[in-house]
Design a protein around this ligand. Structure first.
Ligand code: ZN
Length: 82
């Protein structure tokens, strides 16, 4: 499930199977929040930090292609590509 991270309503909408934004029910919002918390806790337990909380931008050219995105400033894991 993808969660819209734009603005303050990021927990209120999700994309359905057809690619439309639909409003999440209270229960869906709660489940999404709990999933995020669990993921964060597990990452912190395993690595000592949560990569998404330590993003730094990266960019480079390779074979004429431009790559950019965000990576973890602590362990270097890819957070997302642009
Ligand atoms: Zn990391």
């Amino acid at each position: 499930m993808k969660v819209d991270t734009r603005g303050a309503e990021w927990t209120s909408y999700r994309m359905d199977d057809d690619g439309n934004w639909v409003q999440m029910t209270d229960e869906e919002v709660r489940q999404a929040y709990l999933r995020g918390e669990k993921e964060r806790e597990e990452a912190k337990k395993k690595k000592g930090h949560y990569c998404d909380e330590n993003p730094i931008p990266y960019e480079f050219w390779e074979d004429g292609e431009y790559y950019h995105g965000m990576e973890c400033s602590i362990c270097g894991d890819l957070i997302h590509t642009g």
